[in-house]
Design a protein around this ligand. Sequence first.
Ligand SMILES: Nc1ncnc2c1ncn2[C@@H]1O[C@H](COP(=O)(O)OP(=O)(O)OP(=O)(O)O)[C@@H](O)[C@H]1O
Length: 263
Amino acid sequence: MDIKESYVKTFPKDEVALSTDNLSVLYGGKVQKLFDASLSFKKNTITALIGASGSGKSTFLRSLNRMNDKVATINGKIMFHGLDVNKPNINVYELRKSIGMVFQRPNPFPKSIRENIIYALKADGQTDKQELDRIVEESLRAAALWDEVKDKLDKSALALSGGQQQRLCIARALAVKPEILLLDEPASALDPVSTSKLEDTLKQLRSEYTMVMVTHNMQQASRISDYTAFFHLGHVVEYDSTANIFTNPKGSLTEDYIQGSFG
Ligand SMILES: Nc1ncnc2c1ncn2[C@@H]1O[C@H](COP(=O)(O)OP(=O)(O)OP(=O)(O)O)[C@@H](O)[C@H]1O
């Protein structure tokens, strides 16, 4: 297999929400697991990151909002609103309000549904109850959970089903008004019905947010993503519209992966 082949789509600057420039990640300061990834994400789209286990998808995703800072050295640029947010002087707490993350396993706080949503807002000093109530409803509606939980907002989030918990985690991420949502295999712990609800939710969120999602599920990538990046051994091999990646890939590695030859 030739990992030197690389086909990477780019977009006009004003259409880009977030981009990386030669992003490399070294764990423990020496073991390189991501090599010169230069990708741009188009506003109001869903981009799927696909590739075999260990190919560097999560490593790349977690670097975008500086979640890897403590365990890895990240070289290269991460451009957001004309600013390189990979610079040391960036306020990472503020950055994560703009670039939120939803993890593989739903991780609600052991608090009420309402408290989960307003936690970060209260930490920021917001106290206006009416405004907080408004944000709770707005966020839960956006995450397509409002109708299921509106009568039990003060009940424990841990009493919700896994699928509901994951949509609550999305609502929690939306409450601080991010522009970008990073999703690391958000449906991998969910049953098919919850997965389908989650996918519908993500499709609806596309009108307001830009999403980048790691997924192992090829059908999921083809169902809901607009663009797909294929990772192999820490390299971005191909990045194109999802339709092209799945029906007309340029690289032989991409084709082999899509056809299930490895991974
Ligand atoms: N904190 C860490 N410290 C050291 N090595 C790590 C760390 N996190 C990931 N790695 C290594 O980096 C490589 C890429 O892992 P990563 O999780 O990014 O791959 P992935 O494509 O997301 O895989 P998967 O689909 O299995 O989640 C793997 O070899 C992994 O063992």
